[in-house]
Design a protein around this ligand. Structure first.
Ligand code: SAM
Length: 205
């Protein structure tokens, strides 16, 4: 898994571009999110750098050192700071922080750890804080069959459903939770008609 991501990010181009994910960008503005923001599985840093440019304090983590290197390069180019750690989530320094928001943008974790990761991410959010999530839905697999170039995991147990999100984030008020067909245009690897789950949750307590 780590090797696959390191190989992808070792390429010169940014795999998903250097512009932020559109849903993330719009949500940040719409809900007026400020303060400290967590980016699980942030890869090459396009979202974390954007948030830092908007004045937020960005904390990111991932398993790919090549992803981190590209993210720090982008942060330097944009003249912003970025906290970025590599490794197992449960061993990171950022667990000592509390966040005003977390942005899970295509943060597809292996099925053995996803529930544990979601629960811990939820714990790290301050009361009234936000979760912004966009990821491929289980129904995205049909579109992958039609178009083998459509991005995303090929295995259903890496994908999201509305039911799963409700179960994983029970102490969040649902502001938005939907499955949507969108045409992604993010770098070389997210460039096709796709089915995504979108979630905006606000922590109740
Ligand atoms: C589709 S990319 C998304 C990257 C970024 N969020 C974005 O939207 O540009 C998925 C990311 O998940 C990371 N990843 C996979 N398993 C992980 C794990 N167990 N812990 C942390 N990151 C992981 C990969 O290294 C990769 O960067």
């Amino acid at each position: 898994m780590k090797e696959m991501w390191d190989n992808r990010y070792a390429e010169n181009e940014y795999a998903y571009g250097t512009e932020p994910n559109l849903f993330f960008k719009e949500s940040l503005k719409k809900y007026n999110i400020e303060g400290k923001i967590l980016f699980p599985a942030e890869g090459e840093g396009r979202n974390a750098v954007y948030a830092a440019k908007k004045g937020l304090e960005s904390f990111a983590f991932d398993i790919s050192i090549e992803g981190k290197n590209k993210a720090l390069k982008l942060a330097k180019k944009e003249n912003v700071g970025l906290n970025y750690e590599i490794g197992d989530f449960f061993n990171l320094n950022l667990l000592n922080e509390k966040f005003d928001a977390a942005a899970l943008i295509f943060a597809h974790f292996p099925p053995t750890i996803i529930k544990k990761y979601h629960t811990k991410i939820a714990e790290l959010i301050k009361p009234n804080g936000f979760i912004i999530l966009e990821g491929f839905s289980t129904n995205h697999l049909e579109l992958q069959k039609e178009n083998p170039n459509a991005g995303g995991p090929k295995s259903i147990d890496f994908l999201f459903s509305i039911d799963m999100i409700k179960k994983d984030f029970p102490n969040f008020k649902i502001i938005l939770l939907e499955e949507k067909e969108v045409v992604l245009d993010e770098g070389e690897y997210h460039k096709a008609k796709s089915k995504v789950i979108r979630f905006i949750g606000r922590k109740i307590s």
